[in-house]
Design a protein around this ligand. Structure first.
Ligand SMILES: Cc1cc2nc3c(=O)[nH]c(=O)nc-3n(C[C@H](O)[C@H](O)[C@H](O)COP(=O)(O)OP(=O)(O)OC[C@H]3O[C@@H](n4cnc5c(N)ncnc54)[C@H](O)[C@@H]3O)c2cc1C
Length: 370
């Protein structure tokens, strides 16, 4: 099979599918080539649409995250209208809980440093005492000293997000090839993707293949460094809804299941570690003692798509114009800007100066420092 398109996107996780969503008016002139790995980060994600605390070291990332959270409702509405999927977006605010005076001090210092950065405007987030938080969430355990609360935070159902994007793309006539791309060959200003028995000829290619991105991007002159980081998540049995807002490590889905997670382990395999799961469970029980008697239904581990400084990497190849890469942690949170801002920029053929802070040159500095 051989197809010719204007744009080919490699990877149909949340990042590739969000970018395709922003280009869906191309219809059959757009191809999404996805190997469909069940262990991809997008299949193991926690589902927060989260703002508070992010961006220390990158004022541009503070803005980018805020912009996405503030426009996420539009994306959810589009998915409802054009894919028939409710992604269960709720943005009632979110809590980062602290279990000691020391954690309170560290959190306050983190937020102070975040807002002390040049060019970062303070947004709505406040350190609240235990008493103030207990008025909003009476189930908080006695060990909770307080925490930071921001009305900007929220969560969604990330599996419905990915399947909704795919369904909407199908309805828009976008080609989807369930194949693994083994090589991308530049030829006469275009790109030829080899994917098993299929070949895709494209004027532009976007590599958004999660942790497989570096290997594919290297052949097009793009250096994409990623570091190892695994997170583990547990799902508890359904409970009557009692959490009015998500916490950074505990959230209740629209269906009542409680998700608890997630760890940050410096490894890149998806094995479960019972010691880590135990630590996650103990901390969750201290925050919300009501969880102590609730059964664990399942648990998983997933590896993050994480650059050395934790911020996104968006770039166009200087040696092969028309070839782009997009990798990031927080692909759920950033889904709205990927669809509504990054995708149109890629279609225009150039990333705007506002996205320059997410270019590869700043990682050369990180590497040099390491
Ligand atoms: C435990 C955990 C919790 C997280 N929690 C949150 C959260 O609460 N909020 C948030 O915003 N973010 C969160 N994240 C981050 C978020 O999940 C990721 O940023 C996002 O899933 C990355 O999506 P992706 O599409 O880049 O990569 P992936 O999800 O890895 O998708 C890559 C896709 O590319 C395909 N692929 C790979 N190689 C090829 C190839 N050669 N050819 C064709 N296709 C290929 C794969 O099959 C896969 O479908 C979390 C991540 C983890 C691991």
């Amino acid at each position: 099979m051989s197809v010719a398109v204007d744009v080919a996107i490699v990877g149909g996780g949340v990042v590739g599918a969000s970018l395709a969503w922003g280009m869906r008016s191309l219809g059959a002139r757009l191809a999404l080539v996805d190997a469909g790995d069940l262990r991809a980060a997008s299949q193991g994600t926690f589902g927060l649409v989260w703002v508070q605390g992010k961006g220390l070291g990158s004022p541009a990332y503070v803005d980018w995250t805020l912009r996405s959270a503030r426009t996420w409702r539009t994306l959810a509405g589009e998915l409802r209208e054009h894919a028939g999927v409710d992604v269960a977006l709720e943005q009632p605010g979110g809590l980062h809980a602290c279990l000691s005076a020391h954690e309170m001090e560290a959190r306050a210092a983190h937020l102070d440093a975040l807002f002390a950065q040049a060019g970062v405007a303070r947004y709505d987030v406040a350190m609240l005492t235990r008493g103030q938080l207990a008025q909003r969430l009476p189930q908080l355990g006695p060990d909770v000293a307080g925490g930071s609360f921001s009305p900007l935070d929220g969560h969604c159902n990330p599996l419905r997000l990915v399947s909704g994007l795919h369904e909407g793309l199908r309805r828009a006539g976008v080609r989807r090839l369930r194949r693994r791309v083994s090589a991308i060959e530049p030829s006469a200003g275009r790109f030829r993707l080899h994917a098993g028995d299929a070949a895709v000829d494209a004027a532009r290619v976007v590599i958004a293949a999660g942790r497989a991105t570096p290997g594919l991007a290297a052949s097009l002159g793009l250096d994409v460094p990623l570091v190892a980081s695994t997170g583990e998540v547990m799902v508890l049995e359904r409970m009557r809804r009692f959490l009015p807002f998500p916490l950074e490590t505990i959230r209740q889905t629209d269906e009542g299941s409680v998700l608890v997670g997630d760890s940050h382990e410096p490894r890149d395999d998806a094995a479960l570690d019972c010691a880590v799961l135990g630590a996650i469970a103990r901390r969750a029980q201290r925050i919300l003692p009501v969880l102590a008697g609730v059964r664990v239904v399942r648990a998983w581990a997933a590896t993050r798509v994480l650059t050395p400084d934790g911020f996104p990497l968006y770039a166009q190849s200087p040696s092969h114009p028309g070839a782009f890469v997009a990798v990031c942690h927080s692909g759920v949170t950033l889904a709205a800007v990927h669809a509504h801002a990054l995708a149109p920029a890629i279609l225009d053929g150039a990333l705007p100066p506002s996205l320059a802070p997410f270019g590869p040159s700043r990682l050369a500095d990180v590497r040099a420092a390491a």
